[in-house]
Design a protein around this ligand. Structure first.
Ligand code: PLP
Length: 493
C-alpha cells in the first residue's frame, strides 16, 4: 500500500505545509497490509499557544497524585521519589548517543554499561548481568527463556514452572509465555513457602521455581537454603523476582541464597521512572553456568588491566595499556535479541548514576530505612496487620470494610492509597510499602489517613473520593477503553 506525504490540515487550525509540494511524488512503499480503519490520509492536531500548553499540562498534573505530591505507598510496586540529578544526567546532550554507533565510537556508554552490569551483579550476587530487557516483566520473560535454553542445551526436557500463590501476576504470565505449565504453590500458614507442599510439587519436570524474597507479604523466606537445595536436587533452577530489592540492598544477596537467575526493576529500586510496561529497564542476572545464554548483545571489557582480559599482565608494562576498552558481543548460546540495540540506555544511565552516588554504604542505608519505615508504619496503624515482622512492605487488612473503598477515601485525606485486594491470602488487603524516602512526618501523615478512614461511616466510604478532580471512576472501562486522544474529549469539557 501507499502512504501519502503527511498532509496535516484542519478547517479551523493552521495548515501544516507539507515539506514537499504536491507535485513531488515522494510516496513510501510499505509492504504490509494494514486494516483500513487504522490508516488515514489526514491528521488534525491541536495548535495551542505556549501559555495554553503550559496551563494544560500544569492542570493535568494537578488532577492526579504523584510522588512529588506526597507519600505513595503502593505495595510491591515501589513508587518512590527519584532524585533530579539522574534526570539532569540523562538530559545531557553527551548522553544522547545514537544507538547504532560503532563500539569504537561508543566507548563511553559501553564503559558505563559494563560498570552497571558489574554493580548489579555485585548487588545480586550474580556472575553476569544483561541490561537489555525493557521492563521487569520483560526481564522475567528473558530470564525464563534463559532457563529454558539452559535446560535444552543439557538435553533436558522440562515442562513445569512452580509459582507461589503470593507471587506477582507477571510470574505466572512469564512462565506461561515461556511455554511452561504453571504449577501454583499454596502458601503455608505463616505466609511463607510451605516446604512440604514444595516437595510434593517438585519433580524431574520442574524447570524452575520462581520466588521473591522477602515475599509480597514482606516476609523473609527463612527456609531459603533448604528450598534451594530441594529445587537443585531435582535439577531445577531457582528464579528470583528481584523487582523489589529495597529490603536487601547491601545486606543480603539472592545469589548467596542459591538463586540462579533473577531480574532487577531499576524503576523500583534504583531511581528510574516507571516505564508503563515498556520504556524502562529490567536487567537480568545469572549464575556462571547460564551466562552463555544471555541476550545479544552483551558488553565486555576487551583490553587493559581488567580481570577479564587475558593479556592484562603482559600489556600493563606498556604505556596506556591500563585504559580498558569495551565491546559488544554475542554470547555463545545467546537466546537472541530481546530489545533493540543496547536496551533503554538513558534509563540504565539513571540507574548507574544512582548506584554510583549511593555506593555500598548508601545502598545498605537505604534498605535499612525501607525496612524501618515499613515496620514503623505497620506499628502505628489501628488495623489488623497479620504476619510480620516485615521487610520492605506489609499487608494490613481492612477487615469488614471494602479495601477499595478505604483506598478511595484515603485520597480525600491527601495521601495516595496502598495497593488493594492483593495478595489474596489477607482478606481485603492493603499492601503498603512506604519506602526509604519517606520521613517520619510523612509516615505519621499516612498513618493518620489510614486511621481517619477507619473511623468513618460506610456511606462516606461509598461516596469517596469527594475532594479529587475525578470522582469515582469506572476502573474497568478506564483500563479496557482508554481514551488517550485529545479529539475524544473535544467539546466535552
Ligand atoms: C512490579 C513487579 C514486577 C513486574 O515489573 P514491571 O516492570 O512492572 O513489568 C514483577 N514482580 C514484582 C514482585 C513486582 O513488584
Amino acid at each position: 500500500m501507499k502512504f501519502d506525504q503527511a498532509r496535516w490540515s484542519r478547517d479551523d487550525a493552521p495548515v501544516y505545509e507539507p515539506l514537499l509540494s504536491e507535485s513531488d511524488d515522494r510516496t513510501v512503499e510499505v509492504d504490509v497490509d494494514l486494516p483500513d480503519d487504522l490508516t488515514r490520509n489526514e491528521l488534525t492536531l491541536p495548535d495551542p499557544a505556549e501559555p495554553q500548553l503550559a496551563r494544560h499540562y500544569t492542570r493535568l498534573s494537578e488532577m492526579t497524585y504523584g510522588v512529588e505530591h506526597g507519600p505513595y505507598p503502593l505495595g510491591s510496586c515501589t513508587m518512590k521519589y527519584n532524585p533530579w540529578y539522574v534526570e539532569d544526567l540523562a538530559a545531557d546532550p553527551n548522553a544522547l548517543v545514537h544507538p547504532d554507533r560503532s563500539d569504537e565510537a561508543a566507548q563511553g556508554i559501553l564503559a558505563v554499561m559494563h560498570r552497571l552490569q558489574e554493580d548489579l551483579a555485585a548487588i545480586g550476587g550474580m556472575d553476569a548481568v544483561t541490561l537489555q530487557p525493557p521492563a521487569g516483566a520483560a526481564g522475567e520473560f528473558a530470564g525464563i527463556l534463559i532457563a529454558k535454553a539452559y535446560h535444552e542445551a543439557n538435553g533436558d526436557d522440562r515442562s513445569e514452572v512452580i509459582v507461589p500463590d503470593t507471587a506477582h501476576g507477571t510470574n505466572f504470565a512469564s512462565a506461561a509465555m515461556g511455554g511452561y505449565e504453571v504449577v501454583e504453590l499454596p502458601s503455608g500458614e505463616d505466609g511463607r513457602v510451605d516446604v512440604d507442599a514444595l516437595e510434593g510439587a517438585l519433580s524431574e519436570d520442574t524447570a524452575a521455581l520462581m520466588l521473591t524474597n522477602p515475599n509480597t507479604l514482606g516476609l523473609f523466606e527463612r527456609d531459603i537454603e533448604e528450598i534451594a537445595d530441594l529445587v537443585h536436587d531435582v535439577g531445577g533452577l531457582l528464579y528470583y523476582d528481584g523487582a523489589n530489592l529495597n529490603a536487601l540492598l547491601g545486606r543480603a544477596r539472592p545469589g548467596d541464597m542459591g538463586f540462579d537467575v533473577m531480574h532487577y526493576n531499576v524503576h523500583k529500586t534504583f531511581a528510574t521512572p516507571h516505564g508503563g510496561g515498556g520504556p524502562g529497564a529490567g536487567p537480568v542476572g545469572v549464575a556462571e553456568r547460564l551466562a552463555e545464554f544471555l541476550p545479544d548483545p552483551h558488553v565486555r571489557k576487551t583490553t587493559g588491566a581488567g580481570e577479564d582480559s587475558e593479556r592484562a599482565g603482559e600489556d600493563s608494562e606498556r604505556a596506556g595499556a591500563t585504559i580498558p576498552t569495551f565491546e559488544r558481543y554475542t554470547p555463545e548460546h545467546s537466546i537472541g535479541k530481546v530489545h533493540g540495540f543496547d536496551g533503554n540506555w538513558l534509563v540504565l544511565l539513571k540507574a548507574a548514576a544512582y548506584i554510583a552516588r549511593l555506593g555500598d554504604e548508601g545502598l545498605s542505608d537505604a534498605s535499612a530505612k525501607a525496612v524501618l519505615n515499613a515496620n514503623y508504619l505497620a506499628s502505628q496503624l489501628h488495623y489488623d496487620v497479620p504476619y510480620g515482622p516485615f521487610h520492605h512492605e506489609f499487608v494490613a487488612s481492612a477487615g469488614d470494610r471494602d479495601a477499595a473503598e478505604v483506598a478511595k477515601r484515603m485520597l480525600d485525606h491527601g495521601v495516595h492509597p496502598p495497593t488493594t485486594k492483593w495478595p489474596e491470602i489477607v482478606p481485603e488487603a492493603l499492601m503498603t510499602e512506604p519506602t526509604e524516602v519517606e520521613s517520619r512526618d510523612s509516615l505519621d501523615q499516612l498513618a493518620a489517613a489510614f486511621d481517619a478512614v477507619q473511623a468513618e461511616d460506610d456511606e462516606t466510604l461509598a461516596n469517596a473520593p469527594e475532594r479529587t478532580a475525578a470522582k469515582r471512576i469506572d476502573q474497568t472501562s478506564a483500563a479496557r477503553n482508554p481514551r488517550l486522544c485529545w479529539q475524544d474529549l473535544d467539546g466535552e469539557e
